[in-house]
Design a binder for this molecule. Structure first.
Ligand code: GLN
Length: 208
């Protein structure tokens, strides 16, 4: 018995499993939960401040930014979200989630607020009616091969501050950006099952 204990106490390192929240007010929450769980993260839906407290990182999903903003106000989540992002919590916004992370929004509805933190100006529904929704492959900095990219009434980045690294562009505008622990894409990596962009975010959460 004693031998068995010694045999199992050899020094080894198991990386901690991070808890990643997915803001679950509206949008494609389930797709993000599936993508994160598939990569070995513990993924939880976040609707309350106490759930946010439990997270090492947060995903803000695609959906409708105006609805998420209104619900975040109603659920008393907007200020706690702003505080966690200000404190340096890693966050990853896709599409509407990118809009929520942006400091400035063009073509916003009257009074539309964001969580902010990302020093960018985004334009909502930027790609216009002709290419309202489309799918392509994009080269993303840090990934050797192009990734599938699904755009659905997507925003693009119109201006980015000096701290913002552009990871990918489409139609001459940034569509994937990183600023320290904040990552955002105009497209929806949660819908294609690829997993590489979520892996990139988990690396950010792990301190990469
Ligand atoms: N157009 C939406 C918005 O402004 C975003 C679209 C999406 O997330 N697919 O919130």
């Amino acid at each position: 018995m004693r031998d068995a204990v010694i045999a199992h106490s050899r020094p080894h390192y198991t990386p901690p499993v991070p808890t990643i929240g997915v803001l679950a007010l509206q949008g494609d929450v389930r797709e993000h939960l599936t993508a994160l769980t598939g990569l070995g993260a513990r993924a939880i839906a976040v609707r309350r401040p106490a759930e946010l407290d439990a997270c090492d990182g947060l995903v803000l999903p695609g959906g409708e930014s105006t609805t998420m903003w209104r619900l975040a106000r109603i659920f008393d989540l907007l200020d706690p979200l702003r505080e966690r992002v200000r404190e340096g919590m890693p966050a990853f916004g896709t599409c509407a989630g990118m809009i929520l992370l942006a400091d400035r929004v063009l073509d916003a509805v009257a009074g539309q607020e964001t969580v902010g933190g990302l020093d960018v100006t985004v334009r909502r529904n930027a790609f216009g009616r002709q290419v309202d929704s489309f799918e392509t492959e994009l080269k993303v900095t840090g990934l050797p091969d192009p990734v599938p990219a699904v755009f659905i009434r997507a925003p693009w980045v119109e201006e980015a501050g000096p701290e913002v690294e552009v990871l990918a562009t489409a139609m001459d505008h940034p569509v994937a950006v990183r600023q320290g622990p904040l990552l955002a894409t105009s497209f929806h990596p949660e819908v294609d099952g690829d997993g590489r962009i979520h892996r990139l975010f988990l690396d950010v959460v792990a301190g990469g």
